[in-house]
Design a protein around this ligand. Structure first.
Ligand SMILES: [Cu+2]
Length: 494
C-alpha cells in the first residue's frame, strides 16, 4: 500500500470534518454520525458495578533532583486486595513524571530490588548513557544517575525497566509509569486539563488463587507473550472513575506485556484522536476505535456532552481476530478477546465543552522522499525463540550502524504469525506504508511514532532519522517476553 492511498484516507477524513459547520473539534465531537456505518463496536453488558474499584491516579512529580527507589512492597489492587508488587517510591502505579520541554531531567535511580535494574525513558532521545540500555543495569543496592536535557516534543511518554531478560517481570510487577512532557505549543490550544486530564496505564493481568497478579510465564507464554483475562488501570483491577459531562483528555498507555487493545466507547460515539507516541497530530481525527500494541500511546478527547447523571460509558477493548495469526493454547487465546477497561460514571451535568481548533500542531520529522538508504529487519518467531534478522540479542554486538542525520527507509517485516510491536530508541519515525494484513497506515499512526504494531505477516515501512545523539541504542520488539528472549538489536548511531 503506497503513501498515496494513505493520503486519500486523510483527505476522506478531512472531507467528513469539513462538512461540520465551524469545523471545530467540539462540534465534530458532537456528531457520532461521522463514524456510523464503519467499524461500529460490539456492545456487551458492562461488568457488575460492585466488582469495580475507584481508579487511582499516580502522584505527579517533577524529575528534578529526584530519587526513584525501586523496592518490593504491597499495594491495594482494588477492593482492598493487598498484592505483592514492585514499586518506585512506594507507589503503584509508579509516579507520573511531568517535565517541560527544554528542562533538565535529573533522576537518581536506586535499586533495592533482588535483581539488576535499569530504567528507560521510552520515547525520549537522551544521550546513550542516559537511555537505559541494559548494559548499564545496576545490581541490588546500586544506583544510576540520569542527567540530561529534555528536547523532545510535548507528548505522552513513559518509562519502564529495561533489564535484559527481566524487563517483562519487572514491568509487570510495577516498575513503570507515565512521563508527560509539557510545552507552550500544547498549552495554547486550551485542551482539557486538571481533573479533566486523565493519564492512564492500561494493562491486563493474570490472577492467582488469592486474587493477586501473578507472573509465571510458561510454555505458550514464551511464544505469544504473557497475557491475562483481568483489566487493570493504573494498577487497579476493573477500575471506574466518576466524571461530569463535557470534554475529557485521556492520555492512554498500553502498558501490557503482550496484549493488544482495540479501544472504543460502549455508547458507539467516536474517539477524538489528538496525539500518539510522538505528541500531537497535525489535526484531530474522529475514529470508531483505536488499536494499541504494547508500549503505544494515544491522546484522546472524550466528549461526554449531554451525558446525564447516572449514565455509564465504558472504555473497552472490542474483539478482533488476527488474520493469518497462529492459534495457541493458554494465554495466547486471550489476544483479541473483549475487555471492559475503564468505566466512566457520570456524576453531574457540566457546561458544554468549548470548541477547540481542528489544527493542532506542525509535526515535522523525517521525510521519506529524502531517504538515502533502505534496510530490512525481519521479525521471526520459531521454536519458542524470537529473532531479528535471524539473530538473538547480544549485549556487546553491534547489529546495525546508522549515520547520524541521514534519512533512511526501514522495512519491518513480520515473518511470523504473531504480532510484534516494534520499538526504536533515540528518535521518532514516520510510518510510510503497510503491506499485507491491514494493508494501510492507520489514523493513529500519523504524526511521529516510536513504536509500531506489526500484525501477522505485515510489512511496515518507516522513515527514520537520528538527529539527537550519536551512540549505542536499541531496536526491539515490545512484546516483553519476546524482548527478554532476545528479539532486540543494538543500533549504533555514528
Ligand atoms: Cu515480538
Amino acid at each position: 500500500m503506497s503513501r498515496f492511498s494513505h493520503l486519500s484516507r486523510r483527505q476522506f477524513l478531512r472531507v467528513l470534518g469539513g462538512s461540520v459547520p465551524a469545523a471545530t473539534v467540539g462540534a465534530m465531537a458532537g456528531l457520532p454520525a461521522l463514524v456510523s456505518g464503519c467499524e461500529r463496536s460490539v456492545v456487551a453488558s458492562p461488568s457488575p458495578a460492585e466488582d469495580r474499584h475507584p481508579l487511582r491516579l499516580a502522584p505527579e512529580i517533577e524529575p528534578q533532583n529526584l530519587t526513584l527507589t525501586a523496592a518490593p512492597g504491597t499495594a491495594d489492587v482494588g477492593g482492598g486486595v493487598e498484592a505483592p508488587v514492585w514499586k518506585l517510591n512506594e507507589s503503584l502505579p509508579s509516579p507520573l513524571l511531568r517535565v517541560r520541554q527544554g528542562d533538565r531531567f535529573r533522576v537518581t535511580m536506586r535499586n533495592d530490588l533482588p535483581q539488576d535494574l535499569i530504567l528507560h525513558w521510552h520515547g525520549l532521545a537522551p544521550p546513550d548513557d542516559m537511555d537505559g540500555h541494559p548494559r548499564f543495569a545496576v545490581p541490588p543496592g546500586g544506583s544510576y544517575a540520569y542527567d540530561f536535557s529534555v528536547e523532545d516534543r510535548p507528548g505522552t511518554y513513559w518509562y519502564h525497566s529495561h533489564t535484559h531478560m527481566h524487563t517483562g517481570e519487572q514491568t509487570y510487577r510495577g516498575i513503570g509509569g507515565l512521563l508527560l512532557v509539557d510545552g507552550d505549543e500544547e498549552e495554547g490550544l486550551g485542551l482539557p486539563g486538571g481533573e479533566r486530564e486523565i493519564p492512564i496505564i492500561l494493562q491486563d493481568r493474570r490472577l492467582g488463587g488469592d486474587g493477586t497478579p501473578v507472573y509465571t510465564p510458561f510454555g505458550p507464554d514464551r511464544m505469544a507473550g504473557y497475557m491475562g483475562p483481568e483489566p487493570f488501570g493504573n494498577g487497579i483491577r476493573r477500575p471506574y472513575l466518576e466524571v461530569d459531562s463535557g470534554l475529557y483528555r485521556l492520555r492512554v498507555l498500553n502498558g501490557s506485556n503482550a496484549r493488544i487493545f482495540r479501544l472504543a466507547r460502549s455508547d458507539g460515539r467516536p474517539l477524538i484522536l489528538i496525539g500518539n507516541d510522538g505528541g500531537l497530530l497535525e489535526e484531530a481525527q474522529t475514529v470508531a476505535s483505536v488499536e494499541m500494541g504494547p508500549a503505544e500511546r494515544v491522546d484522546i478527547l472524550l466528549n461526554l456532552d449531554g451525558a446525564e447523571p447516572g449514565e455509564v460509558v465504558m472504555i473497552r477493548s472490542v474483539s478482533f481476530s488476527l488474520q493469518g495469526g497462529m492459534g495457541f493454547m493458554g494465554g495466547a487465546n486471550l489476544q483479541g478477546q473483549p475487555l471492559d477497561l475503564l468505566e466512566l460514571r457520570v456524576r453531574e451535568r457540566a457546561p458544554e465543552s468549548p470548541s477547540l481548533p481542528t489544527r493542532l500542531s506542525t509535526v515535522g520529522g523525517p521525510d521519506p522522499g529524502q531517504a538515502v538508504r533502505e534496510r530490512s529487519f525481519r521479525f521471526d518467531s520459531r521454536m519458542m525463540n524470537h529473532f531479528i534478522n535471524g539473530r538473538s540479542f547480544q549485549m556487546d554486538r553491534v547489529d546495525v550502524e546508522v549515520p547520524f542525520g541521514d534519512t533512511e527507509l526501514w522495512h519491518f517485516v513480520n515473518a511470523s504469525g504473531l504480532p510484534h510491536p516494534v520499538h526504536l530508541h533515540a528518535t521518532h519515525f514516520r510510518v510510510v506504508s503497510r503491506r499485507g494484513g491491514r494493508n494501510r497506515v492507520m489514523a493513529w499512526e500519523e504524526g511521529l511514532k516510536d513504536t509500531v504494531l506489526l500484525l501477522p505477516f505485515e510489512t511496515v515501512t518507516v522513515a527514520v532519522r537520528f538527529t539527537a545523539h550519536r551512540g549505542l541504542y536499541l531496536l526491539h520488539c515490545h512484546n516483553l517476553e519476546h524482548e527478554d528472549m532476545g528479539m532486540m538489536a543494538n543500533v549504533l548511531v555514528v
